[in-house]
Write a new protein. Structure first.
Length: 77
């Protein structure tokens, strides 16, 4: 296949292309700007969705506990 598509671009190149698209959408009036209320509602919806996955939440808790334990051990040294 070779180097094709966005995957072959550098982060800077992808950012430049994305920026052009965003600016064009705003200029055309087709871009959507979230109101604070819409953003809050979207955050709540995502939070509910993630928190329903009990295995995922348990994994997060284990990683947090292990991180805290490492911090405590480093402070004692």
């Amino acid at each position: 296949m070779g180097n094709r598509g966005f995957g072959s671009l550098t982060a800077e190149q992808r950012k430049a292309i994305s920026s052009k698209g965003g600016k064009a959408a705003h200029k055309a009036g087709t871009a959507h700007k979230f109101t604070p209320e819409e953003a809050a509602a979207a955050g709540r919806k995502g939070g509910r969705s993630v928190s329903e996955d009990k295995d995922h939440m348990a994994s997060i808790g284990r990683r947090g506990g292990a991180s805290r334990q490492r911090q405590k051990e480093q402070q004692q040294q």
